[in-house]
Write a protein of this length. Sequence first.
Length: 369
Amino acid sequence: MKRFLLLAALGLLAFAATYFIARPRHPSGDARPLATPPVMVWIPGGEFTMGSDSDLAWPDEKPAHRERVDGFWIDETEVTNAQFAKFVDATGYVTTAERAPTAEELLVQSPPGTPPPAPELLVPGSLVFTPQDHAVPLDNVAAWWTWTPGACWRHPEGPESNLQGREQHPVVHVSWDDAAAYATWAGKRLPTEAEWELAARGGLDGAPYVWGPESVDDAESQANLWTGTFPHENTARDGHARTAPVRSYLPNGYGLYDMAGNVWEWCSDWYVRDFYSQSSRTDVTVNPRGPDHSQDPMRPFQSQRSQRGGSFLCNDSYCSRYRPSARHGCTPDTGMSHVGQLDKGLDEARNRGWTVVNMKDDWKRIFPD
């Protein structure tokens, strides 16, 4: 989480986005409603392969297994700065990054005996990606993440930056708590991991990428990723060095944008690193909701929510988590410059959606119940 990183500079910082989904009240979860909600896409329900056993997969993606999800509506893009601004204007909401952390909040997520943070660090702010001008070891994320007082969704790179010209970029520096608050206001909810992965695959069951089998090099400009050598050389061959406006790249087979790269997207599930292997089974689970608590031996003092989709920082030399099966965990009170939001609709009368981005301090989509 953002606050724990103040103390230990540990953990992987990532952007996330949120999408909204609208699940109609039909006798059959697969029956498509007649009315199409604005800027939302219908995802037909069905059985699919979740996770991956490929050589590209990280351990928390294994083993691949079969799941079934009912049909639902989902926002076609990540939540944008313009959409998030409407929420803030209507409610006066103050995001996690805009509130000063307390020493108690930080220490409860830290190992016993951790000294309290210096008082000057207990100010509103967030983690901002800081590109390097030379190669650095990839085992220390503090080399490219900088705690920046004043950084938040309004000021993505710090107090001197603003949103001018970025109204249609995904919102970033939003925590899971912020994404959930937005979703509640919009009458929606965050997607489950299973819903998100079914939507991201775009009908290409088992494919390694949301656009199909082609590698990134063979499928140029399919997504906003890091092109070059991370974290010091970004050629921006895909057209963007940081976040990109939504709809900048081709949609997947369901008509959804930025399901790979741009910003990380929050899901509703608690994150358990070995959840797939713990719950390995032969029967198909219908509408899985994930574990009832978080567990990660690599971060034993932190509860984490799941993130999906990768961000503009993803690169095969460091992180290939822009694939549809890839997963990541992050503390609910963490927002970053590459994390956003994607939402799911609550019902047909409440179909509205948004996206946020932050390392992800960006969001992709949010889903309602």
